[in-house]
Design a binder for this molecule. Structure first.
Ligand SMILES: [Zn+2]
Length: 398
């Protein structure tokens, strides 16, 4: 097994390991990231960076996103090595930096500066979706084949700086507030794109009537305002049928009594697959209706997706039959984004598949408080992942 730590800049390490296969197929990549988002210890039951084990769970920032996944992917690689039965293809492990900041200095950097690492890999298995538990305990394996795409922008409002005691009618701050209020009231149009329609149609048979028929024909169903209101009450469902605009970072004056010359807000916009950022930007300008507010793009890349009928999906179905009592496998679209687009741009079919069985309560701890992964998932995840790797169909080398 060859191992290398590749730094995109000093201290920014990306782990790369390669376990040679028998050489018949193109390599498969197991991708994860090692960076995490911050955690405020005051809101946690346990110290967020201690890895506390309690009640069958390991608690800690990154337990699910993504260190727990990195551990399972590493253990799967070691399990294949220890078995003495190599795969018919090279197995590549990548545990990268920078994903939470957009991946430019992690997976993106590797693809551009060390294409030899990725080579002619056929598949990549990455974070993005997992095995869901529905009400009643039914399990459904989601494999993300597509993602929404981020379009992060910064609004900057300008005005005359001055003293807070003698405010002019309009300042940079009030102008920004007016713009944000227009955005708050604006509803982006409903648009059911093809992969989303397919996704809900695949989920439909798991539901009872009348929801079953409604999900089977989602675009038509959403024309009914009553069903739309009900459907969109679920934030995840809402995010899958429209572009979203979320104000996050706000900056104005650092002093209570000083009117700043500039006030700014970051908008975390997420676009549906197929949407053009330039057209969305025009809509945004129309909504704001104030040419004095400038809009800078912070992050934007094209939406990407992979084949929902590939050998990898077939291998996941095989695993679901063996390990999960024949649980259905649904190619999904996720509202978030991952590093998968870097691999897809490089020609590698990339799938969001985490071999963890997660309840909605567990899922909600990602980027939240008391993030945790069950010990069962850490164990079972290795077994399920190895099963998928072994079930990948062989093909002639290219
Ligand atoms: Zn992640």
């Amino acid at each position: 097994m060859s191992v290398e730590v590749i730094e995109s800049s000093p201290g920014r390490g990306n782990l790369y390991a390669r376990l040679p296969g028998r050489g018949a197929g193109r390599p498969v990549i197991l991708l994860s990231h090692l960076d995490v988002v911050p955690a405020d210890p005051r809101t946690w039951r346990v110290p967020p960076f201690a890895g506390t084990r309690e009640g069958g769970f390991v608690y800690g920032r990154g337990a699910l996103d993504c260190k727990g996944i990195a551990a399972v992917e590493l253990m799967a690689m070691i399990a294949v090595k220890r078995s003495g039965e190599p795969l018919d293809r090279d197995l590549i492990l990548l545990a990268t930096a920078d994903e939470e900041a957009g991946g430019k200095n992690g997976a993106g950097w590797l693809v551009h500066h060390r294409p030899d690492v990725v080579g002619n890999a056929e598949y990549c298995i990455n974070e993005g979706d997992h095995i869901h538990v529905l009400a009643g305990g039914r399990r459904v394996v989601h494999v993300a084949v597509g993602e929404k795409t981020p379009f992060w922008v910064k609004l900057v409002a300008h005005g005359e700086a001055g003293h807070g005691a003698t405010p002019p009618p309009m300042t940079a701050v009030t102008r920004l507030i007016r713009a944000l209020n227009k955005i708050r009231r604006y509803r982006t149009p409903i648009h059911v794109v093809r992969p989303v329609e397919t996704y809900f149609a695949a989920l439909a048979p798991l539901e009872k009537e009348p929801l079953r028929t409604k999900l089977a024909h989602l675009a038509a169903s959403l024309d009914d305002p009553i069903f739309l209101a009900e459907f969109a009450r679920n934030p995840r469902q809402n995010a899958l049928v429209r572009n979203t605009i979320t104000p996050t970072v706000l900056e104005g004056s650092p002093k209570t009594n000083v009117i700043p010359a500039e006030a700014s807000a970051h908008l975390d916009c997420r676009l549906l697959p197929g949407e053009k950022p330039s057209e969305f930007l025009d809509q945004l300008r129309d909504v704001i209706g104030d040419d004095s507010i400038s809009i800078e793009t912070l992050l934007s890349f094209p939406a990407s997706s992979s084949d929902p009928d590939s050998g990898l999906i077939a291998a996941v179905r095989h695993m679901a039959a063996q390990e999960l009592g024949g649980a259905p496998v649904v190619p999904s679209v996720t509202p978030g984004f991952t590093d998968s687009h870097y691999l897809r741009e490089h020609g590698v079919a990339s799938y969001g598949f985490v071999p963890f069985v997660l309840s909605e309560d567990e899922e909600r701890t990602v980027h939240g408080t008391n993030e945790r992964v069950s010990v069962e998932n850490l164990r079972g995840g290795v077994r399920r992942l190895v099963d998928v790797l072994r079930a990948l169909p062989s093909e002639a080398p290219r």
